[in-house]
Design a protein around this ligand. Sequence first.
Ligand SMILES: [Zn+2]
Length: 116
Amino acid sequence: MVYKAKNIENLRVRQLRARRARLARELPDIEATLRGSLQSQTRRCGKRGCGCAGGEPHGPYIYLSVQTRRRRRLLYIPAELAEGVRRMVEVSGRIEVGLAEISAINIELLSRGELH
Ligand SMILES: [Zn+2]
């Protein structure tokens, strides 16, 4: 993920440390991390005589697209889990933004000889 630090080079060391502490404090529950993206898809079942063949497809069904070490997978998400999964994906994004910002602050402190 590319993170563009917001003018942290203009902040004083004290301000950087205060911002870092606030970011760390405000990080969401990391147990809720779930990397992926939700998508919905419709399907045609292929059964002879099913209305989906010529008309409305089945669905939409919700899938979570996840990147494993080798490839991208689509996991089917039952409707009753969709809201919880959507929230976890959103929390995961906020965690990653927060971590990227803390890292950028630490790099800035390091470059000033103030990382301690
Ligand atoms: Zn069908």
